[in-house]
Design a protein around this ligand. Structure first.
Ligand SMILES: [Zn+2]
Length: 285
């Protein structure tokens, strides 16, 4: 691609009945880690707390390989279903689990299914209260699942001080899509992804996100708990060759892990989650 794209993975397990369905997330993530090591790519792994506590050795390997850790909820329940109080206690627990495994404080967060939306405006405030520094949880577009149309598409600060790196998006006909994300990585032709990267605003932080199951063509089909049959079915499309597509997206040079990018950002505009008002960065007043 013409500009560096950072690698991020959402480490999650979507099985609806673990007593019947085989767990494959560990094997598949190990494979992904092997390839990243060969390529010399370091990324950011957003992990579901409960799943991380079941795979401590794998999470320690993620850290030992030089990747960053972030929190992806405690059980991968969308925030609007959790409510503010449970969001606070769940993410406090997930942060503790991951920080202990990392041996350092984990301060990055990504909402399950981009569920930082206008009806969950309390999320940034609680994340700041819990000691998080940055999030990559907003899809600034309409979406069949979760999105925040009208939210900025370049990095900004929430009123609480938390930094947000919104999902990179591009216009495809009448819709705006997160073109570097899992489903689009599996389905869009490479030429369109290249166009998206080339046409992205210079200030947009480009990151790709995917999930272990997307690299697993052998997993047996089931219907996700928080998605219907069609959404679930689309999760099985074109899993074969996923690793190659991700590699091509990050070639010739991959972007830095998100935490390192956040540390290098200057003044940012502030976005108020209650009013959707954007205040320019102080340097631009
Ligand atoms: Zn997720």
């Amino acid at each position: 691609m013409d500009r560096p794209v950072s690698f991020t993975l959402d480490f999650e397990d979507l099985r609806t009945d673990p007593t019947v369905q085989e767990e494959r997330v560990g094997i598949v993530t190990d494979r992904i880690l092997d390839r990243l090591r060969e390529l010399g790519i370091r990324g950011t792994f957003f992990c579901v707390g409960e799943l991380a506590s079941r795979h401590p050795d794998l999470i320690r390997r993620v850290v030992a390989d030089g990747h960053e850790l972030g929190v992806h909820g405690l059980h991968h329940i969308p925030n609007d279903l959790l409510g503010a109080e449970r969001f606070r206690s769940d993410n406090r627990e997930a942060k503790t689990i991951l920080s202990e495994l990392a041996g350092t404080e984990v301060t990055l967060y990504r909402a399950p299914q981009y569920s930082l939306i206008p009806s969950t405006p309390w999320v940034p405030e609680i994340l700041s209260e819990l000691g998080f520094i940055a999030s990559s949880s907003v899809l600034p577009a309409r979406s069949p699942l979760y999105g925040w149309p009208g939210a900025p598409s370049n990095p900004f600060r929430w009123s609480s001080g938390l930094i947000e790196l919104p999902s990179p998006v591009m216009k495809l006909g009448p819709v705006v899509v997160p073109f570097l994300g899992g489903t689009y990585l599996r389905l869009l032709p490479a030429a369109l992804r290249r166009r998206g990267v080339r046409s992205a605003d210079a200030e947009t932080v480009l990151w790709t996100y995917c999930h272990p199951w997307e690299f697993d063509p052998d997993e047996k089909f089931y219907v996700y708990e928080h998605g219907g049959w069609l959404v679930s079915r689309s999760g099985w499309w074109n899993r074969k060759g996923m690793l190659k597509r991700v590699e091509a997206t990050m070639s010739p040079v991959a972007g830095k892990p998100l935490g390192e990018i956040v540390a290098s950002l200057g003044d940012l505009p502030t976005f108020d989650p209650l009013t959707s008002e954007l205040t320019p960065a102080s340097g631009h007043l």
